[in-house]
Design a protein around this ligand. Structure first.
Ligand code: SAH
Length: 390
């Protein structure tokens, strides 16, 4: 993963072993690398002047380059449920969103019901409020799922590892008293496995013990089902990072209409990849299933889904589709959602309905950055209606 020319990597995305090279070239001892990395990521300090255990000449040298990213938080919107949406303006005027979701327990909810793939939590009620942060990996998206606003204008550009890390830094700076950043979900804009190298680098920086030291087990990468990326993620992180797959349909015929990428990697191929994912004991893969009324929410779909996942260690998260402009179909009614869930549960599957969070700030799934760039992002789906036959 580390590179020979770390000077070409943004300082915020350099790993300690890369800082060692940079330090060696500056005539500094190796251990300075860890000191700098710690300042940047454990303390969150980007001003070399404040890095008090570094010699002055080194601080001066660090001050010659920009340690901070040219990013600005342009909006913070807060929903009554505590969900906050941060809009980051990145270089090149890319507007990217990240959503902070405090995991307050409502009486009727289990931990699992809270948010799709958030990994199992140890349960103590008196501790700090745990915040899950939903990150974006690309500006726009190339996958073209018909019910998702993020990809309407296609892929504008991938975010650098530094820009992915920056979202976490900004979120940390927006924690409120009593809150603790706990889980990360890569479920914002973009397809993380279509942007593998920068995503993987960001994960390594964020989980490094000398930095923020976030736990891989509390990070979930959500993918449309890019099989080579799933395999790579499993190899590179030994299966420790949580995996969520956006399934949405139990047959290739229907899935290809909803998730065009299915034409490239079909369900059999995806299921085979999930079977070989090196999942630790007692962990499960999350399958996300966005429910669209009269599209994928009938009893026959539930039956086909049960057959499809037989023998796999999965939990299924049902997400009633959030409305997006221009779509000629919408989310399933609460009755149909519950009926679908009941069918899966009768078959012994672990299945939760994702509670809607953040729609008041347009921070719900599939709505990211839509409002901000409505003029450029919204165009009609331009495909035959997904609920037409054949
Ligand atoms: N590209 C990745 C991650 C980003 S999307 C993926 O496909 O998994 C994160 C999740 O939000 C996916 O499960 C996606 O299908 C879902 N989603 C997108 N638009 C939605 C909408 N309008 N309503 C509900 N869920 C949506």
């Amino acid at each position: 993963m580390s590179v020979d020319r770390p000077e070409g990597v943004h300082p915020l995305a350099r790993l300690p072993e890369e800082w060692e090279l940079v330090m060696a070239r500056a005539g500094q001892p190796k251990y300075r690398a860890r000191q700098v990395f710690r300042w940047l990521h454990a303390h969150g300090t980007l001003t070399p002047e404040a890095m008090s255990d570094l010699p002055r000449p080194l601080r001066a040298r660090l001050a010659e380059q920009d340690l901070a990213l040219d990013a600005e938080v342009s909006t913070v919107r807060r929903a009554p449920d505590g969900t906050r949406k941060l809009l980051l303006r990145l270089p090149g005027d890319a507007l990217v969103e990240c959503v902070m979701i405090p995991m307050t327990k409502l009486p009727e909810q289990s931990d699992d019901a809270d948010l799709a793939a958030v990994p199992e939590d140890d349960d103590d009620d008196d501790g700090p409020t745990r915040v899950t942060v939903c990150l974006s990996t690309q500006h726009g998206c190339a996958m073209g799922c018909v019910f998702c606003a993020s990809g309407r204008a296609g892929l504008l550009r991938g975010l650098s590892a530094a820009e992915i890390v920056e979202q976490v830094r900004v979120a940390r700076a927006h924690l409120e008293p009593g809150e603790q950043l706990r889980n990360l979900v890569l479920m914002g804009m973009g397809e993380p496995l279509h942007h593998y190298d920068e995503t993987a680098r960001a994960l390594r920086v964020l989980t490094h013990p000398d930095g923020m030291d976030l736990s891989l087990r509390r990070i979930t990468v959500s993918t449309v089902g890019l099989v080579p990326g799933i395999d790579k993620l499993g190899r590179d992180f030994g299966g420790k990072v949580g995996l969520a797959v956006s399934l949405h349909a139990p047959t290739d015929e229907l899935r290809t209409r909803i998730v065009p990428m299915n034409a490239r990697h079909g369900l059999a191929e995806i299921m085979a990849a999930l079977r070989r994912y090196p999942l630790p004991r007692r962990r499960r893969i999350t399958l996300e299933y966005t429910l669209m009324q009269d599209v994928n929410d009938a009893a026959e779909h539930a039956r086909a889904l049960i057959d499809l996942v037989r023998g796999l260690r999965v939990k299924i998260n049902l997400i009633p589709m959030n409305p997006v402009p221009g779509a000629d179909f919408g989310g399933s009614s609460p009755e149909r959602v519950l009926a679908f869930q009941a069918a899966l549960r009768r078959a012994g599957l672990s299945c939760f309905v994702r509670v809607r969070r953040g729609d008041a700030v347009e921070g719900a799934c599939g709505q990211l950055a839509l409002g901000a760039e409505a003029g450029t992002l919204v165009r009609s789906i331009g495909r035959k209606p997904v609920n037409s036959k054949g």
